[in-house]
Design a binder for this molecule. Structure first.
Ligand code: C2E
Ligand code: MG
Ligand code: MG
Length: 648
């Protein structure tokens, strides 16, 4: 019977479509995608070599060498297919380190496929696998069965790996892989028994297709907890929309108290809450009759993407959800209240780049009002453009030395004069004017430039302290902000010392401010840095006290001499007597720890008087002065120090 190639042609079509789809959808990142593409591409070559070999077979007694070569290529690639299927499963279960650990395991993995290569090469001389008879006919040799035994070995190995690692996968994935493996293995057995029906390649292609639909795409891109699309896909989709300048409306939904809920309920139950939030979105979108993509972008953040005519419904959907999420959720015996911020963003009108989009998402927790927000009102477009260009802005500012240090005087109540100042960095750009440190400091922390910037600030401050104009100002020290990332530099202390030494600055002329978040972190480097510098005589302040969740035991164990009460805590609201009690007791506690207090952000005489009554040591704020450029600061201090004014 002549071999029928129809199955091979069908297989080839399927495989070409598969590889085409993968490439068009840019599913080329990640090991799993790469092995999958490799498998599919190899399937195309295997199938093609089979077709060519069979076509040569039809030529009778001619092309003996060609027949030998193409049959050999086909059989070798066929063996490789089962070997790479095994690799695919190993990568899928993320167990490569286990499967290749030790010489014995490596032998189990590689030896059989190596044997195939050796046998196929030897076959040119021994003809033990197959040979081409004198009449030009392809004939199986006595060792041919070895290829099928090795194939069967890999099929069993695949099944073993899937079953023993089933916990790493979801049940549908496990079932799909078993089905695909049995399909491929079964077809091979069939073809061994019925050599003229070329079903093997078709089964291979079907198996790959099955994996593509069940394993590759959905699981890669779907958040298994909510069933929504994952952040990675969101990132891809939105970046593509920015590139194409495609008008879309994104409803950003942030569960602000998600972290608290997660800590309170534990992981499993918090997943249920996430699911409830997600289901509400799915229901609403369906009910409003719009076609939308809904994403879960981690940490209690959701995004609804609307395009075309659906965009007109954005306000309606956002407001409906905003109201809906205010209703308490009944869960087990509890009533949970979510704090959800909903914001409508039009792209590219409001925002035209992914960095700004992410920054807005992070900023939402500070913008919560209870009403639906509009990105166009939350921030100006120039702020978003700054966020987009921030890396270049910072790089230019460093190379062109455009950072300037301003100084904000700090008033000592006891001494009745300004005894210190805080160094605050300023950046002026031609294009955007002043760029706020609230934008550029976090950005520099993210892109790593904070280390260079921190050094620039320290150099400028020490230059000032070491200068003649600083003498006679009557200042005890200058406070310099250290970012959490700087606190983790292992050469921080030695860098600081060398800058100080160069400018002849004494350790007690500098005070370093560390934020509550950095101080609460349990990194050894932070403790080592603080201890080394403290032992050398540098004093430390705890900045922004009252903004984070302080680990008080830990803070008390670090050698802070000053606690800076943050402006948000310092805005005493007399209508809330409990808050006043909290503040009074915090002050008492700090005093009991023998630390001094700087109250930040004091803007009025009333507040300054209040903190004087509460016996705080220092006051910093617009009431006395805004941060000033160095020359103005010098003038300010000279003018005020002489007459000892208290700015009343
Ligand atoms: P911070 O260290 O808490 O600095 C105090 C901030 O409060 C400053 O904002 C200051 O201008 C502002 N401020 C002072 N008095 C008042 C007031 O009466 N009312 C109000 N509303 N605000 C007041 P600025 O200069 O925008 O700096 C923001 C933050 O950026 C700083 O907060 C600090 O965390 C960071 N930063 C600034 N310069 C540096 C630096 O050189 N290095 C590092 N790592 N961070 C810096
Ligand atoms: Mg500070
Ligand atoms: Mg502060």
């Amino acid at each position: 019977m002549e071999k029928n190639l129809y199955f091979d042609y069908a297989a080839l079509v399927i495989e070409i479509i598969l590889v085409g789809c993968l490439l068009v959808r840019k599913m080329t990142n990640g090991k799993l995608n790469q092995v999958y593409i490799f498998l599919s591409t190899m399937a195309i070559f295997t199938c093609t070599s089979d077709i060519i070999a069979v076509c040569y077979d039809r030529s009778g007694g001619e092309f003996i060498v060609e027949k030998m070569v193409f049959h050999s290529i086909y059989l070798m690639l066929r063996a490789f297919t089962s070997f790479f299927c095994l690799n695919y499963i190993i990568i899928l279960t993320d167990t490569w380190f286990k499967a290749s650990n030790g010489i014995v395991r490596k032998i189990w993995l590689f030896l059989p496929v190596g044997l195939v290569v050796v046998m196929m090469l030897l076959n040119f001389f021994t003809h033990s696998i197959f040979y081409i008879s004198d009449t030009g006919e392809y004939t199986r040799g006595s060792w041919f069965i070895m290829l099928y035994i090795i194939n069967g070995y890999y099929v069993l190995y695949c099944l073993h790996r899937v079953i023993s690692n089933w916990k790493m996968l979801t049940i549908p994935k496990v079932v799909s892989i078993i089905v695909a493996t049995l399909l491929m293995g079964g077809a091979a057995v069939f073809q061994f028994l019925v050599p003229d029906v070329l079903i093997d390649m078709f089964a291979n292609a079907t198996g790959l297709l099955f994996l593509f639909m069940m394993v590759q795409r959905p699981e890669e891109l779907t958040d298994s907890d909510t069933g929504l699309i994952k952040f990675s896909a969101y990132d891809n989709d939105i970046t593509r929309s920015f590139k194409n300048k495609k008008p879309e409306t994104i409803i950003m939904i942030k569960v602000i108290n998600y972290k608290v809920i997660r800590e309170m309920l534990g992981y499993r139950d918090s997943v249920m809450v996430k699911k409830i939030v997600a289901d509400e979105m799915l229901r609403t979108v369906k009910q409003k009759g719009v076609n939308a993509d809904i994403y879960y972008t981690e940490s209690g953040n959701f995004r609804i993407k609307l395009e075309g005519k659906s965009r007109d419904k954005a306000k309606d959907i956002a407001e409906y959800l905003n109201d809906k999420y205010k209703e308490p959720i009944r869960y087990h015996e509890m009533q949970l209240n979510l704090v959800v911020c909903v914001c409508i963003t039009k792209i590219p009108d409001d925002i035209d780049n992914m960095d700004a989009m992410v920054a807005l998402g992070q900023d939402l927790k500070n913008r919560y009002t209870g009403n639906v927000l509009y990105a166009s009102n939350v921030s100006t477009k120039s702020r978003y453009s700054i966020m987009r260009d921030i890396d270049i802005i910072l790089e230019d500012a460093i190379t062109e030395d455009r950072f300037e240090v301003y100084y904000q005087p700090i008033y000592s109540i006891k001494d009745n004069r300004f005894t210190s100042a805080e160094a605050l960095l300023r950046l002026y750009t031609k294009k955007y004017g002043f760029v706020s440190p609230d934008i550029f400091i976090p950005a520099a922390e993210k892109n790593g430039m904070i280390h260079r910037i921190g050094q620039i600030v320290m150099e400028k401050v020490c230059e000032f302290i070491g200068s003649e104009e600083y003498d006679g100002l009557g200042l005890d020290y200058i406070e310099v902000n250290l970012s959490p990332a700087q606190c983790m530099e292992d050469d921080l202390a030695s860098n600081m010392f060398s800058i100080m030494k160069k400018n002849k600055v004494l350790p007690d002329q500098v005070n370093l401010e560390i934020t509550e978040t950095a101080a609460g972190d349990i990194q050894n480097t932070i403790v080592e840095n603080i201890t080394t510098m403290h032992n050398a005589g540098i004093s430390f302040s705890l900045d922004d006290f009252g903004t984070g969740y302080s680990n008080m035991t830990r803070i008390a164990s670090l050698p802070f001499c000053i606690i800076k009460i943050d402006k948000t805590l310092a805005r005493i609201d007399e209508s809330n007597p409990n808050m006043v009690i909290v503040l009074e007791n915090i002050i008492k506690m700090i005093k009991a720890l023998k630390m001094k207090i700087v109250v930040e952000g004091v803007e009025t005489k009333e507040l300054a008087d209040k903190f004087r009554e509460l016996e705080c040591e220092y006051i910093q704020g617009y009431y006395y002065s805004k941060p000033l450029p160095k020359d103005e600061f010098i003038k300010f201090i000279r003018a005020n120090q002489v007459v000892n004014v208290t700015a009343e």
